[in-house]
Ligand binder design. Structure first.
Ligand SMILES: Nc1ncnc2c1ncn2[C@@H]1O[C@H](COP(=O)(O)OP(=O)(O)O)[C@@H](O)[C@H]1O
Ligand SMILES: [Mg+2]
Length: 505
């Protein structure tokens, strides 16, 4: 049975005219077939959510529709007429607007200049009417319910504000076919709600929208239909009612939920980290364990059970008592620098603590306070350049550039950058503290794949998590904590939700 037969297309809402039809669109980049014959239909007044893992081809498809890329094959039909040789200008003339994932603003220009780019209002002497431009810009962002200074330089705005300016810029010329490529990735819940209110108004006006997002929770909020793209092909189109998390994920990744945890069989080596009587903060009373090379040791607990303090205590971020042995030697870890010097790495639940958002991948790999290398020699710089490229390739960091500040990366890719840093600093023991909090499903599978790679290389992983599924999927053993102490140790074959919860409460 083919994937399409498994996921039959949903019936489109009756009566609405077809605004846009794609027939067998293909796109080949040098060496990559990004789209392998994509067909879909967008109706007037419809919000069609487009789901897919990173690299599935979503953005490429949008850029083809916006005339930015030329398809290698296939037909685009807009309101019943085939359009060939789309350019950005002709796409715009057809009413197709694209809100870019990577934002298409000019950072050095003001909000007003960006919004009015190419059609600056002029006065009767043919001079730019700045007052009018500022009014237009203020109105445009005002429609999204925010106030952003029209005179502000875009490059100095926060990322959420930039995203809102990008949205306002495109909405400003009233597109009838609106493509939104991950518009909510940097927005707060309140900002997203205001964007959704705008989307609903546009729907009422008959605007058809393709809406790309990784947030499955947004499906019932906004989608009329859900189309899933995988590896350059449409897997199927379904209705929101049918689009529960499990189904969407299995359509996106092409395997069932259980298979998302690529747990390799690794035989465990010598003890890497031995902890005895660790106590810290208000909740962590007494924790002892031995983590071996090649092992993934899970720690699970309900809120306040002590597991929240473990990472900070081990990493010298908080005062602790107890004994820590690393590779058989007693070690005192009082500061993060001590921890790093002893070969520990920490992936925090909040990636903002670990990355400098304005910097690109390279500098984030060798943050001076986190590495002991000399930043000055030219040779070192070249080696680092090569190293950065290698990590980007090895860990499939996307976008695969060395010039994009990491704040533009998705949560999953930021997580990979942090991982690359620890790998480059030679850490042998990695503490993952809530490793998948706030990252999308596709990237979660990537993080687990990487986790599996790390232990295959003989590294050790301490996985502190409140996600039962990921512990069951990845851990060799799990320590369950209750009241600041270990209440049970469960081996891999004993792991199930019921047992974990029973020992935790
Ligand atoms: N300009 C480009 N040159 C070469 N390859 C590209 C280019 N843009 C995208 N790709 C590749 O095409 C595939 C699809 O990428 P993309 O459309 O960005 O996926 P998505 O938006 O679903 O994450 C990826 O393998 C990506 O690396
Ligand atoms: Mg994309």
């Amino acid at each position: 049975m083919t994937a399409t037969a498994l996921h039959p297309s949903a019936a489109p809402p009756a009566g609405a005219p077809v605004l846009l039809r794609l027939e067998s669109i293909e796109k080949t980049f040098v060496g990559v077939k990004a789209l392998k014959g994509v067909s879909l239909e967008l109706l007037a007044g419809e919000v069609q959510m487009l789901l897919g893992e990173n690299g599935a081809g979503k953005s490429t498809l949008m850029k083809i529709l916006a005339g930015e890329y030329t398809p290698s094959a296939g037909r685009i039909v807009v309101r019943g007429h085939e359009v060939a040789g789309l350019t950005p200008d002709s796409a715009k003339a057809l009413g197709i607007g694209l809100i870019h994932q990577e934002l298409s603003l000019v950072p050095a220009l003001s909000v007003a200049e960006n919004i009015c780019l190419g059609r600056m209002p002029t006065n009767r002497f043919g001079q730019i009417d700045w007052k009018r431009a500022h009014e237009l810009a203020a109105e445009a962002v005002g429609r999204l319910g925010v106030a952003i200074d029209p005179g502000a330089e875009v490059g100095r705005l926060q990322i959420a504000e930039q995203q809102l300016v990008e949205i306002a810029r495109v909405l400003e010329w009233n597109p009838e076919i609106l493509l939104l490529d991950e518009p909510t990735s940097a927005l707060s819940d309140a900002e997203r709600e205001r964007l959704f209110a705008v989307i609903r108004r546009l729907k009422d006006r008959g605007v058809g929208m393709i809406y790309i997002s990784h947030h499955l929770a947004e499906i019932p909020m906004i989608a009329d239909r859900v189309t899933v793209l995988r590896d350059g092909s449409v897997v199927g189109t379904i209705l929101p009612d049918e689009a529960d998390e499990e189904r969407c994920i299995s359509m996106m990744v092409g395997r069932s939920l259980e298979d998302q945890f690529p747990k390799p069989a690794v035989s465990k080596g010598a003890p890497a980290l031995e902890v005895a009587g660790l106590a810290a903060g208000k909740t962590l009373q007494d924790l002892s364990f031995t983590l071996h090379q090649g092992e993934i040791l899970g720690i699970f607990g309900l809120m306040g059970a002590g597991q929240e303090e473990v990472a900070a205590a081990l990493f010298g971020l908080q005062k602790s008592r107890g004994r820590i042995r690393i590779n058989g030697q007693d070690r005192a870890i009082r500061t993060p620098a001590d921890a790093i010097a002893q070969g520990l790495g920490l992936l925090t639940r909040d990636r903002r603590q670990s990355l400098v958002p304005m910097l690109t991948v390279g500098p984030n790999l060798s943050l001076p306070w986190l590495s002991n290398r000399s930043p000055w020699s030219a040779l070192q710089h070249r080696r680092e350049g090569e190293e950065v490229q290698r990590y980007i390739a090895d860990l499939k960091i996307r976008p695969a550039t060395t010039t994009t500040p990491v704040r533009f990366y998705s949560g999953g890719n930021q997580q990979k950058v942090i991982l690359a840093r620890w790998m480059s600093s030679g850490a042998g023991i990695l503490v993952f503290d809530e490793p998948t909090r706030g990252i999308d499903v596709g990237a979660k599978a990537d993080v687990f794949t990487l986790m599996g790679d790390l232990v295959q290389r003989g590294m050790s992983v301490l996985m502190i998590s409140s996600e039962l599924n990921e512990l069951i999927g990845m851990a060799d053993r799990v320590l369950v904590m209750r009241g600041g102490r270990v209440s049970a140790e469960l081996g891999r074959h004993e792991l199930n939700q019921e047992a974990l919860l029973r020992h935790a409460s």
